[in-house]
Design a protein around this ligand. Structure first.
Ligand SMILES: Cc1cc2nc3c(=O)[nH]c(=O)nc-3n(C[C@H](O)[C@H](O)[C@H](O)COP(=O)(O)O)c2cc1C
Length: 390
């Protein structure tokens, strides 16, 4: 399975084309819009999230509510586009048009793709870079992830995300009885946090950052239950599924690190406190007595819940200006802001959930017979039975 996204932040629309979804998967615009709305929520988001209520249009690959097996094309319009038709228009500018029309940007913003992207493609107007490097693109990654999540749920695989840390405020790792409980509680939280004590402190930290003209980052966690054991590979470095999840996580704008299970803590503990002992039970087959490795051994799923965390840096556009250089004049200036969120960690958790869902669905489609949903369901059931009785 693969997908490609296209579109600029203030262009007419964002588009994704998904290839490889099995035929027969029920998928509606509503399924996708629910996920898009989750991405738009979150304490600390700026004005744009209120301007734009994202809505998907299915443009191909689905008929009467079911995937056809052909590429699925999804489009999300930028409602703001009407105000940007001149600045972001596709047609060549006529020679009389003033330079003003382009809203040219020559001042590189620290922490953004601006300068490196301008160098790479030779853009003297860095708007050509920032329009695409903007996290607006994650909208259609969430749309593609919604399709992946739908497929996973039909295979008995559930996925959830939550926020563990914002601006140094850490949530306590409270136990939850089921993913359903985790989802219900975090969905109602303005910062997508399970620990209600930390929730208020996180919101205070966001307010404080905003007041200081600053921004803050955090840590999100994605949990997946129901993955069959043995998905991924130990024989090919590029098919190790944990490495794919790590790559997907760090592909999210502003994500700088990833860990599984106890993660970096493993460096500080002896092996006896890191590795998970193996047990066998006639009902559930092989299992691990703990899940410190977060669902992976040897690049393959163990059948235990997958637990993966990502670190998001503070978003780089600040009201408090940072020093930079104008590429036209080479003069120093203090990078100022158009408009920006002060914290996007709760929204980024939804993006993380989406990209992880995508990689898991893609790995399953890769490994099992998957032209049709029913044959895929049979293959996964068979894999579960085989692993139980092995
Ligand atoms: C959901 C989400 C929303 C974001 N919103 C903003 C924003 O409002 N302002 C900003 O400067 N960066 C924002 N970012 C981060 C930038 O897009 C990102 O830092 C930038 O493209 C540079 O990429 P890098 O940080 O991965 O190197 C956001 C990221 C995510 C995931």
């Amino acid at each position: 399975m693969r997908y490609l996204t296209a579109g600029e932040s203030h262009g007419p629309q964002l588009t994704t084309i998904i290839e490889g979804l099995p035929a027969g998967v029920p998928l509606t615009e509503e399924d996708i819009n629910t996920e898009l709305a989750r991405r738009q929520k979150g304490y600390g988001r700026g004005r744009r999230m209120q301007i734009e209520k994202d809505a998907v249009q299915i443009m191909g690959g689905i008929r009467h509510g079911y995937t056809l097996g052909s590429p699925v094309a999804l489009v999300v319009e930028n409602k703001d586009w009407t105000h940007w038709t001149k600045i972001m228009g596709q047609a060549p500018l006529d020679s009389e048009a003033s330079e003003d029309v382009k809203r040219k940007i020559t001042r590189a913003r620290p922490g953004h793709a601006d300068l490196n992207g301008a160098l790479k493609y030779g853009h003297r107007d860095m708007r050509n870079v920032l329009e695409r490097s903007s996290a607006r693109e994650t909208t259609v990654r969430v749309a593609a992830g919604a399709a992946a999540k739908k497929l996973l749920s039909l295979l008995g695989i559930e996925i959830a995300c939550h926020v563990l840390e914002i601006g140094g405020v850490q949530a306590e790792k409270l136990p939850y009885t089921s993913l359903a409980e985790l989802k219900e509680k975090t969905e109602a939280s303005p910062v997508r946090c399970f620990d209600s004590n930390a929730e208020q402190k996180m919101m205070d930290a966001i307010d404080q950052a905003k007041k200081n003209g600053d921004s803050i980052g955090g840590i999100v966690e994605v949990i997946v239950e129901g993955m069959p054991a043995g998905v991924g590979s130990y024989v090919h470095y590029d098919r190790k599924l944990d490495s794919k999840l790590a790559g997907a996580m760090v592909s999210i704008n502003a994500f700088k690190g990833v860990e599984f299970g106890i993660g970096f803590e493993a460096a500080r503990k002896p092996g006896s406190e890191v590795h998970d002992e193996i047990g066998w039970d006639p009902e559930k087959g092989y299992y691990r007595k703990s899940n410190r490795l977060g669902g992976f051994e040897g690049g393959m799923t163990t059948g235990m819940p997958i637990v993966v965390r990502g670190v998001m840096k503070p978003i780089p556009t600040l009201y408090k200006p940072l020093q930079s250089v104008d590429i036209e004049t080479k003069e120093a200036f203090a990078a100022s802001i158009e408009r920006s969120d002060s914290c996007a960690v709760p929204a980024a958790a939804v993006v993380a959930e989406s990209v992880i869902a995508w990689e898991l669905a893609a790995a399953i489609v890769d490994q099992f017979s998957a032209d049709r949903l029913d044959s895929l369901q049979m293959a996964i059931d068979e894999q579960r039975r085989y692993a139980r009785e092995f």
